[in-house]
Design a protein around this ligand. Structure first.
Ligand SMILES: Cc1cc2nc3c(=O)[nH]c(=O)nc-3n(C[C@H](O)[C@H](O)[C@H](O)COP(=O)(O)OP(=O)(O)OC[C@H]3O[C@@H](n4cnc5c(N)ncnc54)[C@H](O)[C@@H]3O)c2cc1C
Length: 434
């Protein structure tokens, strides 16, 4: 059993792994640059409900979470709107991020983990093709197996020797640059003030949203690859026109945040090292996937570590296999769909939303990160309505989504380099062909 674990960053996956490992009696130290009072974000985000019972995750006190309201998807140019109703078991929770992180941090501490706040991790310590610890800003080297939970811009991942074979920071196309800000509310009308998500808002490669919260209006304006003030200003004016509740007084935030929106890394382990959370997999902000997948991975990784006789990459590979079979393969498929959608003309997306080719039930599945399936009967019925070319394009996209999903599930069981290279090449071929 591994005896000394360093968790770099108090990300959700790292905190969950720290709790699980400490509960197994393993010595765990979490190194976090922020103070406990400023952990995570000062806002609410959506998270799938099932993760709490299935992965033994504590909910914060009742006043810090509630069921999220239904989304309305708005097609490019505001041409069509589709209200997506989820069943109660599929309705996410909207959860206070800061309180949730504090609950998880305190739980890890109670189980015996040590959390050192205000410590900045600056580099990995590497010896003979293995990570053996980390350097921090006050010069101390923490020895042990390293769990990298530093988020999208992990400095550890980016400073690893290339010989480890782990991809460094994503290119710009793999990052969603999201402006997030909270404004005052000017009117309160439950019918008008629904959660709206604008696909390819104003033709940009991304989404915007406008959510009427109890005390403010939550605005996100995001684009893949780049974002700038000019686009944000235009999008804000457009959102105001369509959302009478949205005032002009900025209450909090108002910065651009990076969210990884790329496929999961096909190598997320090395000797003495494993990546968890946003530094390894993508997030889909609207779907409540980033938090849930980090938490799931925390439990998976802790189970693998607590049963491993040493921290060699072939032992840790089990973690990567379980991640791909639990959610990674699905993330591959969603990444394919996202790339496909971004590559389509606005007119095609308007047609898809407006033609009812995809039913409200289909939208409900996609909006919670599920796989979109058109049955043959549905297809035939819709085809008769004259959507042949659209149907063809959609069908091709669905087939490729299914294909990449199956490749994801077929991840080699054992750490055999030639097999992993072959598997990775199959994934890249589909991604690069979008
Ligand atoms: C605008 C926005 C909206 C989002 N909406 C949703 C949503 O609705 N649903 C959802 O599930 N997810 C959402 N996410 C994504 C979600 O925040 C992440 O997927 C989730 O928090 C998992 O991230 P993580 O734990 O890997 O990293 P993070 O939460 O980024 O945590 C990394 C931690 O490492 C610390 N750290 C970083 N560098 C250092 C260093 N050098 N030294 C020490 N500590 C360091 C940071 O301070 C931080 O505490 C959203 C993200 C953003 C930005």
């Amino acid at each position: 059993m591994l005896e000394n674990i360093v968790v770099a960053g108090a990300g959700l996956g790292g905190l969950n792994a720290a709790y699980e490992l400490a509960s197994h009696g393993i010595s765990v130290t979490v190194l976090e640059q922020k103070a406990r009072d400023t952990l995570s974000y000062d806002w609410e985000d959506d998270i799938e409900k099932g993760v709490f019972s299935e992965y033994n995750i504590p909910l914060p006190p009742k006043e810090f979470y509630k069921e999220k309201r239904f989304w309305t998807f708005v097609s490019p140019g505001n041409v069509h709107k589709t209200r997506v109703k989820q069943t109660p078991e599929h309705t996410d929770y909207s959860i206070n991020r800061r309180i949730f992180s504090q609950v998880l941090a305190d739980r890890a501490t109670k189980a015996g983990a040590i959390i050192r706040y205000g410590v900045k991790v600056i580099a990995p310590v590497m010896e003979s093709n293995a990570v053996v610890g980390v350097k921090v800003d006050n010069g101390t080297i923490y020895k042990g197996f390293v769990i990298d939970s530093l988020g999208a811009n992990s400095i550890l991942r980016d400073k690893l020797e290339p010989s480890f074979g782990i991809s460094r920071a994503s290119d710009k196309k793999g990052i969603f640059y999201a402006f997030r800000a909270f404004y005052n509310r000017t009117t309160v009308d439950p019918e008008l003030n629904t959660n709206k998500a604008y696909l390819k808002h104003l033709g940009g490669d991304g989404i915007s949203w406008c959510i009427d919260r109890d005390d403010s209006v939550d605005v996100l304006i995001g684009k893949v690859g780049e974002n700038d003030k000019e686009y944000i200003d235009k999008a804000l004016i457009d959102l105001k026109g369509d959302n009478p509740c949205l005032g002009s007084q900025l209450i909090k935030c108002g910065e651009i945040y990076s969210i990884p929106v790329r496929y999961p890394l096909t190598l997320m382990v090395a000797n003495g090292y494993a990546l968890i959370g946003d530094c390894a997999y993508m997030t889909i902000p609207m779907l409540g996937s980033g938090m849930a997948s980090s938490l799931k991975a925390g439990k998976i990784l802790a189970d693998v570590i607590s049963q491993a006789s040493n921290d060699a990459v072939d032992k840790l590979w089990k973690y990567q296999v379980a991640v791909f079979r639990t959610f990674g393969a699905q993330h591959l498929a969603i990444d394919y769909m996202k790339r496909w959608i971004l590559g389509q003309d606005s007119a095609i997306l308007n047609d898809i939303i407006g033609s009812n080719l995809i039913s409200d039930a289909d939208f409900a599945v996609v909006s919670r990160g599920g796989m979109l399936k058109l049955t043959l009967i549905q297809k035939a019925k819709k085809a008769l309505k004259g959507h042949f070319s659209l149907l063809f394009k959609l069908n091709d996209m669905l087939m490729k989504m299914n294909k990449i999903y199956k490749i994801g599930l077929s991840i080699p069981d054992k750490f055999v380099t030639s097999k992993i290279v072959e598997w990775d090449a199959k994934i890249m071929k589909i991604i690069n062909d979008v």
